[in-house]
Design a protein around this ligand. Sequence first.
Ligand code: GRF
Length: 201
Amino acid sequence: MTPVRLAVLVSGTGTILESFYEHGLNVSVVASDRECRGLDVARTNGSDVVLVERKAYGGFAKDFDREAYTLALTKELVSRGVTLVAMAGFGTILSATFHDAFPGRVLNTHPSLLPDFKGWHAVRLALEAGVRETGCTVHIATTELDDGPILAQRSVPVLSGDNEETLHERIKNVERTLYPEVLVRVIEALEHGDEPSSLAQ
Ligand code: GRF
């Protein structure tokens, strides 16, 4: 049995990554597209840290070279023997090259009950829509943004007086339990020779 080597992709505060360590997950590699608190969390916890800066490939300008960026990040993870990838607040959409290197093995968490409220502003869209309940979704990522087989969802109430920050924090609290729980199950499945898709709802 080949042990699973987990890489986590972060771009922000990395509180979900922190929850992985708290749940005892073995995070081999943490990669980011920018210097961020998430990388400090990784350094503190002794994971191998990979920084492939987006700004070296055009940053957030129109001519951002997504293909070259994706290839560079893919090479870093492949050379470290990564076999499972968990995106946890990663801010760059990767091209098909990445998904081809880790077919069906790239997971993501999204702060809404997919298929509702895809995209970067899921929490704001839920507030604007006036829904009484939203939540989070852990799914297998594909080349389509916030799409792919759903592994788990959990709902969260929207309370009167909520703003984007308070609601997002309530959702993230749930993600910090749900995502590590799903990862434990995915790793067990892989160790038994099953793919993450075997856990799809
Ligand atoms: C999470 O809500 C995740 O769903 C979204 O970005 C947030 C990451 O939070 N894609 P953190 O950086 O782990 O605190």
